[in-house]
Design a protein around this ligand. Structure first.
Ligand SMILES: [Zn+2]
Length: 304
């Protein structure tokens, strides 16, 4: 098999993977209740087919249940999320809930593993954990973020929900996705981000600049736009993200400052922030509104 065929096979798998459903096509009897049926689970009592002897695998699975990992599919889900993120999320949105481990649970497990790995690498490298020489007034915020990777990843990606739902409202695939669906997309993205950011940090912190590329790949698979159409939309999403995030941190700095010093500049600070906020909102409304308008126009020309 040459490289071209291999890539072709990989791309075909990305679009329609073999999820291995329905192995049991012949009728068999339930070990638990004796009901005769075809399929993987007994429709009467819900027991899985093929449970006769207790094996090492059953023991392992029972122990994994303590961590809420009772279904097999967490590693499979993560594998799918890494190699075909957009298609995988799309499958989930389309109603194939069984293809994925519950996304929110998945994120929190990934975050725990992430925190453990980060700690381990710090210890191996003999690095002291960052200690509190209050270099920045944001130190407590950053420390909280370091301690809570799941919530931090969620907070960071949730900012993408609004621009995504506006700019991809008329997309060829998964058009008109609702805000809750948008949240689920970002929950998946958070898991993906934590995994890739860990790898990026291992190699070089500069690789974090590749995060928009990840979003590009994912959104292209998920929403089905072409290269340029995906590119400018993802760029606008990140511009929005940057605007909101910067505003958040620039709000925090003066707020912490005034809280610490209690000098008379509080009113001035609040007024400045209010002006910046208004400008930000107007700017975002113009940019996103323009993106929405173009999307709607191109959608109509696509249909006609
Ligand atoms: Zn049964």
């Amino acid at each position: 098999m040459n490289i071209k065929e291999a890539i072709g096979g990989f791309r075909a798998w990305q679009k329609t993977p073999d999820y291995h459903w329905g192995k049991g096509s012949s009728a068999h009897q339930c070990v638990n209740c004796g009901h005769e049926y075809t399929g993987n689970y007994c429709p009467m009592c819900g027991q899985k087919d093929g449970a006769k002897r207790i094996t090492w695998v059953s023991l392992w699975r029972n122990f994994m249940m303590i961590w809420g990992m009772d279904s097999h599919s967490l590693p499979v889900s993560l594998w799918q999320l890494i190699w075909r993120p957009g298609y995988f999320i799309g499958d989930y949105l389309d109603g194939h809930r069984q293809v994925s481990y519950p996304p929110v649970k998945m994120l929190f497990i990934v975050a725990v593993i992430y925190a453990i790995l980060v700690q381990t690498f710090r210890m191996l490298n003999g690095e002291a954990p960052p200690l509190d020489e209050s270099v920045s007034v944001l130190e407590p915020v950053f420390r909280w973020m370091g301690d809570n990777p799941a919530w931090t990843a969620l907070g960071m990606t949730f900012v993408m929900t609004l621009p995504t739902s506006i700019l991809f409202h008329f997309s060829p695939r998964h058009a008109h996705h609702s805000l809750p669906e948008g949240f689920f997309i970002q929950v998946f993205m958070s898991s993906l981000m934590l995994m890739s950011i860990f790898v990026m940090k291992l190699i070089s912190g500069w690789l974090m600049l590749l995060v928009p590329l990840l979003y590009y790949v994912c959104y292209r698979q998920l929403f089905g736009y072409g290269m340029w159409s995906t590119l400018w939309r993802v760029a606008l999403c990140f511009a929005t993200w940057l605007g909101i995030t910067l505003f958040f941190f620039f709000t925090m700095v003066p707020l912490f400052d005034t809280a610490m010093q209690k000098n008379g500049e509080a009113l001035e600070t609040v007024l400045t922030l209010a002006v910046i906020l208004v400008m930000l909102v107007i700017g975002l409304a113009v940019v996103l509104g323009f993106g929405y308008w173009i999307s709607k126009k191109t959608c109509k020309s696509r249909e006609s």
